[in-house]
Structure formats: C-alpha cells, structure tokens
Design a protein around this ligand. Structure first.
Ligand code: ZN
Length: 269
C-alpha cells in the first residue's frame, strides 16, 4: 500500500491512543506524530531502491547483490522482510522506550524521575507506536504476492503472510479516505470532549473499529483479482483496472478530485 495511507493509518492509531492519555495537548500531539512515523517506518527497507545505495550502504556492508535485486529478494534486509515483522516493531518500540528513559532522567528536566514512572507516563505513546507499525504490516497483506508472497510478519520464521492480491499496490483512494475520516472524527471527538462530559475513549475506539471494518469490506469487495506471483506482464492492465474500480466506488466527481491530488504527489499513491 502507499506510504501516505500507511503514515495516516499510524496517525489514526495515534488519535485513539491519545484519547486515553490525560496529559494535555503536547503529549497527545507527540503520540499522534510518533505513531504516524511508526506507520511509515517499515518501508524504510525500500532504501535499497535508492540510486546511491550500491555505492554507499552496499559498499559499506560489502554486499555482492545490487540494491535493486535486494529489494525483490528474500534477504532479511530485503523489502517486506525483517522490517515488516512484529519483532522489528517490538525492538524499535523498545529502543524508543529506552530513549524516553534516557531523556526523561536527564538532570536538566529537574527532579530525576524513576525509569518506571517515565515508562508508565509514555505507555500510550509506546503502545500507539507499536500498533501504528503493526497497522502497516496488516495493510501490506492484501496487496499482490509479487516476489515475496506477503510480509515476513513472524520473522525470524521464513513464512511470509499475505500477498492475497485483493487490492493493487496503490490507487486505493477509498481506503485513504476512510483513514482520513477516522482521523478527523477522532480529533473532533477529542476537541468536543474537552467541553462535554462523555467517554471519549470508547468513542474513538468505536470510530477506529468502524473504519477498520469498512476498510476490510472495501478491500474484500474489489470484484477483481490482482493476485500475481513473481513478476507480471499484466502490470499495466492491473494498474488501469485499479483506477477504474476507484472511479466506480467514488463516482466521477470525487474520483477526479482524488486523481488530481494523486498527480500532484511525487510518490506512488
Ligand atoms: Zn510496506
């Protein structure tokens, strides 16, 4: 799936987590921003596609395979491998937790806080970060198998999960719009919640769950099979079809709006 939807899915997770945290605006914003970063993070393994990869990282690590081949291969550092696993999510969340403890126990921040109290204060940030990361992995599963056959969710196991081909790699405007709606609804709920007395947490969880179910429904009812293994000669055909499906779902007006937004972006969306 595209990096923008991934990032915003992390943000959506963050809106739920931040409704659980009672520590004020800055903390809530921190949760939302960090879970957004977590949503984008797994695709850092696409760095091997960078034109300077072979002459820099490739040389540094003495890699005999070119970055382009690494991307499609099944090395632990290939695309959809280690960085698309729950273990990577846990490790990076752990590193973030350690960073919080180191920064939080700095004498500059006044009274030295205990490490446990820092972790307790950041529990929603860390939970949001992990689930933002996990959302990315889940979202990559319905895309085609290609050379990987899904994502290496349970690394170090060799099993790849997903690659179902329910959706195309990008042009999933409907899913993007659902994610954006969840974010807006939850932010509005939090804003209103400051003035009224009702259970915000339950509502943000409900909005997120509803958005998730709706996205799964949309993914499962494309009415077209995008599945392919390895490489495909039908790439262009699938690309065109994915746009046709969006036109049907969104209607002419909204589709045109989304397509012009897509054309303005310099990423695959
Ligand atoms: Zn990915």
């Amino acid at each position: 799936m595209d990096i923008l939807t991934h990032t915003l899915s992390g943000v959506a997770v963050g809106t739920v987590a931040s409704s659980f945290d009672n520590s004020g605006f800055t903390q809530k914003l921190k949760i939302i921003l960090l879970s957004g970063i977590a949503g984008a993070l797994p695709d850092l393994d696409a760095i091997s596609l960078w034109s300077g990869f072979d002459s820099t990282l490739g040389t540094l690590f003495n890699l005999s395979t070119s970055g382009r081949d690494i991307y499609s291969a099944k090395f632990w550092y290939s695309h959809h491998a280690f960085l698309h696993s729950a273990v990577a999510g846990l490790l990076i969340t752990g590193v973030l937790g350690v960073l919080f403890m180191l920064l939080g126990s700095s004498p500059k921040s006044g009274k030295k806080k205990s490490r446990l109290s820092i972790l307790s204060k950041e529990r929603f940030t860390l939970t949001a970060f992990f689930f933002g990361f996990l959302m990315h992995l889940i979202e990559d599963m319905p895309t085609p198998a290609s050379t990987w056959g899904g994502v290496n969710l349970l690394w170090p196991s060799n099993t790849y999960i997903g690659g179902f081909g329910y959706i195309w790699w990008w042009n999933n405007y409907d899913i993007f719009l659902i994610v954006v709606s969840v974010i807006i609804a939850n932010i509005l709920l939090m804003a209103i919640g400051g003035f009224l007395d009702f259970n915000i947490k339950r509502l943000t969880v409900m909005v997120f769950t509803l958005g998730f179910i709706l996205a799964v429904y949309q993914i499962k009812t494309r009415g077209f099979d995008f599945a392919y293994k390895g490489r495909t000669v039908k790439y262009q055909e699938y690309e065109t079809k994915s746009k046709e499906i969006q036109k049907e779902i969104l209607g002419e007006k909204l589709y045109t709006l989304m397509e012009s937004f897509d054309n303005k972006l310099r990423i695959y969306f």
